[in-house]
Design a protein around this ligand. Sequence first.
Ligand code: TRP
Length: 327
Amino acid sequence: MKAQKKTILSGMRPTGKLHLGHLVGALENWVALQGEFSNYHLIADYHALTTNLDSSGIYRNSLDMVIDWIAAGIDPKASPIFRQSQVKEHTELHLIFSMLITAARLERNPAVKEQVRDLHIENVSYGHLGYPVLQAADILLYKGDLVPVGEDQLPHVEIAREIARRFNAQYGEVFPEPEGKLTRFARLPGLDGRRMSKSLGNTILLSDPPEEIQRKMRSAVTDPKKIRKNDPGRPEICLVFTYHQKFNVPEVPAIEQGCRSGALGCVECKKRIADCIARTLTPFRERRAYFESHPQEIPAILADGEERARARGRETMGQVRAAMQLG
Ligand code: TRP
């Protein structure tokens, strides 16, 4: 008999068009894990409200994100893609889970603390404090065994584990204890050397055309000691070299040597990596173009994914209510 496939629950907040950091940090991993596991791909549209009450762009951003997921190789037939807000069981499970964790524990959560600091939030809402509780419901509604995440998300996964244990101890074994599965690559830095992020304006979008990639790359920071073309550079501290290591593996030794000796100038070095990235993204842009000319297909893909997610959610909630003897 074949062992049952493990379930992976992966999710992102709908931030609109995705960038290279999403590809390297998350999407490549999601695509690689298809087939071997049963995958659910969640759009955390309720979570978007925790840091921005303006909901008017959420749907548009969700559609844009789904196009990028599919263009990157996610197969929506094999793995449902769905919005959290369209599966009401998320909110039911969230409510029950909110009784199983203390307010003090949530206040100690470093991930929310960091967000509050970075975004200068003065008074944290009840819902924002409960961010990881909703995330726990996202994961456990599908009985997710594994959650592919970046390191920053591990505190949230830890809370999901605590909630699962607490539920099982109190009401009987319903949930697995989900594990965070760290992505293989370290985070890709943005063009200014900080974390690549839309809000920092230092991204290369997966949908950027080649000229745009060239233009953006010209602004990338390099070794500040390499001022003139023939000055020797230090690839180990150069951001552009990091991109070569990721997107231009065969040329890495030549680039490194050219940079160190001073034979290769930054302008040329940037041109080459921009070419490589543009080439890597060609099939991606083509798939994206298809959906841009067939926009009605994305809502249909979501409707299908949401129906399948709902079926699974209902089943789990039935088990939850039975375990709790709620009738
Ligand atoms: N917190 C995640 C992020 O900011 C998004 C998210 C919401 C998520 N629910 C999830 C990720 C469930 C994994 C599983 O990226």
